[in-house]
Unconditional design. Structure first.
Length: 137
């Protein structure tokens, strides 16, 4: 997505040096307008020539007045089978945490398969049929 295709929404919510921070942006794709806000989840296609999808969470949104660019920081969530380690047959191992009163054991979060419908339902959003495409350079 090119910067010329997006618009920042609302006034700035902070400034630090040449950076001005915002809470949301809007874009139009295939005639449909959409607003993406901080902490919102959406689908990201990392490479144009791959069907690999992941889920992105918008963490920061800012403009840099030196380069005249709008930048975003995303947290990306991948299915375990799309990572170098792959999906483990036995689930995630138990982990030990040292505490002042001794050692407590807690179970790590098990990765669950993520489907488009599950994310849309959990986020109370309509099912997206066309993911945001973003190409990493």
């Amino acid at each position: 997505m090119d910067n010329s295709e997006i618009q920042l929404v609302g006034g700035p919510c902070g400034q630090h040096g040449p950076y001005t921070f915002y809470k949301a942006f809007k874009y139009t794709k295939n005639g449909v307008k959409r607003i993406v806000t901080l902490s919102e989840f959406f689908f990201v296609k990392l490479w144009i020539d791959s069907d690999l999808l992941c889920i992105g969470e918008l963490q920061l949104l800012w403009s840099d007045k030196n380069s005249d660019q709008v930048l975003a920081s995303l947290r990306l969530y991948f299915l375990p089978e799309n990572t170098p380690e792959g999906r483990m047959d036995h689930g995630e191992p138990w982990k030990s945490n040292a505490a002042r009163s001794g050692i407590s054991r807690e179970r790590g979060a098990l990765p669950l398969p993520i489907t488009r419908r599950a994310v849309s339902t959990a986020a109370n959003l309509p099912l997206a049929t066309d993911p945001i495409q973003h190409s990493l350079q």
